[in-house]
Write a protein that binds this ligand. Structure first.
Ligand code: PNS
Length: 160
């Protein structure tokens, strides 16, 4: 079975990495797909986001990394994926995730969306929270791997 795990990953957090590790144990091939969306004005370029993901997940054998733009379902089809993986943190995620899952199902009935619930210690965590904490000088050690935290600080410094 092939699954796509899509996201903005701007930057990837321990929550994302936890889902990647757990999803990779369930499927034969996991494609971690970074959305290339200029409208969202990400802090990291797609290449930087891919690089950080690769660095932090380099022990996992059955994963690939790719960028995609346009519709996720088209990308998933190109990958010959059977499923799309999404992490669920809280009830507040559900409405948007459910809408996306139903939309993708309408677009391609053969590709299922599978939800993996977050590990409890990461339920509060999001890329936006990490960026906000880092921007105001807070410690993000428990939120992202060191390599990502360092690059984030660097990025914030050069932006000021
Ligand atoms: O990490 P994110 O930002 O919550 O990921 C959202 C993502 C990338 C999965 C979503 O925005 C997406 O799939 N975008 C591609 C456009 C698309 O396919 N839209 C239709 C499905 S609602």
């Amino acid at each position: 079975m092939t699954a796509v795990y899509p996201g903005s990953f701007d930057p990837a957090t321990y929550g994302h990495i936890d889902i990647i590790e757990r999803a990779s144990r369930l499927v034969d091939r996991l494609v971690v797909a970074v959305l290339n969306n200029t409208a969202k004005q990400p802090i990291f370029s797609v290449d930087e986001r891919l690089e950080m993901l690769q660095e932090t997940c380099n022990g996992i054998k059955n994963i690939e990394f790719a960028a995609f733009s346009g519709l996720l379902i088209d990308f998933a089809r190109d990958c010959k994926a059977n499923a799309i993986i999404r992490g669920l943190r809280a009830v507040s995620d559900f409405e948007y995730e459910f809408q996306m899952a139903l939309t993708n199902k309408i677009l391609d009935d053969e590709i299922e969306t599978l939800f993996i619930s977050t590990s409890a210690q990461y339920a509060y965590l999001s890329s936006s929270i990490v960026k906000e904490v880092a921007t105001f000088g807070g410690c993000v050690e428990s939120m992202v791997p060191d390599v990502i935290g360092e690059r984030l600080l660097q990025k914030i410094k050069t932006r000021k």
